[in-house]
Design a protein around this ligand. Structure first.
Ligand SMILES: NC(=O)c1ccc[n+]([C@@H]2O[C@H](COP(=O)([O-])OP(=O)(O)OC[C@H]3O[C@@H](n4cnc5c(N)ncnc54)[C@H](OP(=O)(O)O)[C@@H]3O)[C@@H](O)[C@H]2O)c1
Length: 287
């Protein structure tokens, strides 16, 4: 077993640049130069954390962008995700090859819903633990897990998940799950942080966000990202547009008041919006 070079998930690493979800790769076989340039732009803009996944089918482009950027992977924080749920080790090795790296900082199980039993989920976690033992990952975690899913793997886990990447924004605050993470030393990681301005408009936060953004001289996107960061939540956001990706980085510099954070949380809780897994969660389920 080789030594782990685990990097702390703090400072500039708390804000990740995402390489999936709304991205489109037209040709499955060839490298998409447009995607490569977007990731390279993000790195040149200052992102040092890349969120990747087998599912996104963009690992090769991310790998090429890292190469073209001239930045050493050892100066980056890289998340990769296993969508494959049996022989995860083979999927992990493919991911390393695609990314052109010999190490990722956080390797996570992309979602729990493949498992038809507790044993199946626990068995997948054993595979992830074995990958940790290989020394080729800094830490291991999960994504899209509810409290019940985390409880299931904790029953048998040798190594606790370091992070849970979940959909989270002021319209989906998941307060109980966040507290559970804190109690167990699990880092909460938010994806789709911009839903209130991108997917869930109109909403009660529209004016609140505009007012706070104007006061600080930043965009509403920055306010939303900062709302999470300032509460100790790591964030993954994305944009294909150079101006926006640069803008989002301002969330690391601006500081909201405690009252502003509380106001966003309070007004945000008046509305419920979930963009993913709506086939699994009941309409009013906020967990
Ligand atoms: N673990 C999981 O299951 C999971 C699920 C979903 C996502 N993710 C990760 O999280 C990343 C971000 O996910 P997301 O796309 O849902 O996050 P998001 O940051 O909430 O939304 C990004 C989208 O909003 C648009 N956008 C960005 N800035 C904007 C602005 N200032 N005003 C208006 N629109 C803006 C972008 O379009 P433009 O390109 O036009 O700017 C992009 O389509 C993904 O790339 C992926 O890495 C993980």
């Amino acid at each position: 077993m080789s030594g782990h070079k685990t990097k702390a998930l703090d400072g500039p690493f708390l804000l990740a640049f995402g390489t999936g979800s709304t991205w489109r790769k037209e040709n499955q076989g060839a490298l998409n130069n447009n995607l490569i340039e977007i990731v390279k732009d993000a790195l040149q803009s200052g992102y040092r954390h890349l969120d990747t996944a087998e599912l996104y089918n963009t690992e090769n482009e991310v790998g090429e962008a890292i190469k073209r950027s001239g930045i050493s992977p050892s100066d980056l924080y890289i998340i990769a995700k296993a969508f494959t749920t049996s022989n995860i080790r083979a999927a992990f090795d493919r991911t390393l090859r695609n990314l052109g790296v010999d190490y990722v900082d956080l390797y996570v199980l992309h979602h729990p819903y493949f498992a038809k039993s507790e044993e199946q989920l626990q068995a997948a976690w054993v595979e992830i633990e074995d990958i940790f033992d290989s020394g080729k990952v800094g830490s291991i975690g999960v994504s899209n897990f509810t409290k019940a899913h985390v409880e299931t793997i904790l029953k048998t886990a040798r190594i606790k998940p370091a992070a849970n990447q979940i959909e989270l924004n002021p319209y989906l605050q998941r307060v109980e799950l966040q507290q559970y993470h804190k109690d167990h030393g699990i880092q909460t990681f938010a994806f789709s942080p911009l839903s209130p301005i991108v997917r869930a408009k109109p909403g009660p936060l529209d004016d609140v966000l505009e007012t706070i953004a104007q006061k600080h001289g930043v965009s509403t996107a920055v306010v939303l990202i900062r709302w999470a960061l300032q509460q100790g939540i790591a964030v993954v956001t994305t944009s294909t547009q150079n101006e926006r990706m640069k803008d989002h980085l301002l969330a690391q510099k601006v500081s909201l008041t405690e009252e502003e954070i509380a106001l966003i949380s309070e007004v945000g809780s008046e509305k419920h919006f979930r963009g993913r897994w709506n086939d699994i969660f009941a309409a009013e389920d906020r967990s």
